[in-house]
Design a protein around this ligand. Structure first.
Ligand SMILES: Nc1nc2c(c(=O)[nH]1)N[C@H]1C(S)=C(S)[C@@H](COP(=O)(O)O)O[C@H]1N2
Ligand SMILES: [Mo]
Length: 202
């Protein structure tokens, strides 16, 4: 009995250590959060465009983005409303692959991620390069449900989850920072969960 108790406590401690400050483990629950009405975007009308300060403005349709090399994220996600989910699996394409085709100009320092609904969120370019961001269409081995951003969403798991734009339609590269939807409404411009950058001024 003691052994079982210790094992259980140990596993729980291990999970707790993966939680950034102020976060709780949502376990089997995956809350749904978005500001706009849930859109219905058929895959044959979905596109993803990289524009702004790039050498090539590139648009991929559903078939074209699926023809790119696949990339998987296995790890945790953290919402500013304090839930975290540990050990998620997302499949899609690395943002590095997409930027490799669009070729950001040397003057590009930030991006605005844009959704088919008009939702926006800003990010430093350095936060979506070098294996830190994906466009994903599968979650835990199943097609991403519409309420979680399907057919495809941005995934930037090292930052709070509001940076992971659902129903993503593209990235606009900029030479300055500009606030997106939640940032204008008081959320932090960067949103590092380990530094608890929840609100402007944190
Ligand atoms: N298009 C869009 N994407 C969005 C949001 C939104 O309001 N609209 N909210 C963000 C926030 S605050 C969070 S916590 C996550 C929630 O994703 P989920 O509903 O899949 O858990 O989506 C992010 N992406
Ligand atoms: Mo959130």
């Amino acid at each position: 009995m003691a052994g079982i108790t210790r094992g259980f406590t140990g596993r729980r401690r291990e999970r707790d250590q993966r939680l950034p400050p102020g976060q709780y483990d949502a376990r089997d629950e995956w809350p749904v959060l978005h500001a706009e009405a849930t859109p219905n975007i058929p895959t044959d009308r979905w596109t993803f465009t990289i524009e702004g300060l790039v050498e090539n403005v590139v648009t991929w349709n559903w078939d074209e983005i699926h023809a790119l090399p696949r990339s998987r994220y296995e790890g945790d996600i953290h919402c500013v409303t304090t839930w975290s989910k540990l050990g998620m699996t997302f499949d899609g394409v690395s943002v590095d692959t997409l930027l490799g085709a669009a070729k950001p100009l040397p003057t590009a320092t930030h991006v605005m991620a844009v959704s088919h609904t008009g939702y926006t969120t800003n990010l430093p370019l350095a936060d979506i390069t070098d294996g830190k961001a994906w466009v994903v269409w599968d979650a835990d081995g199943k097609p991403l449900s519409t309420i979680h951003g399907g057919p495809a969403r941005l995934l930037v798991p090292h930052l709070y989850f509001w940076k992971s734009a659902k129903w993503v339609s593209g990235l606009r590269l900029m030479d300055h920072d500009e606030q997106g939807f939640w940032e204008r409404n008081g959320y932090h411009d960067r949103g590092d969960p380990w530094a608890e950058q929840r609100y402007q001024g944190d």
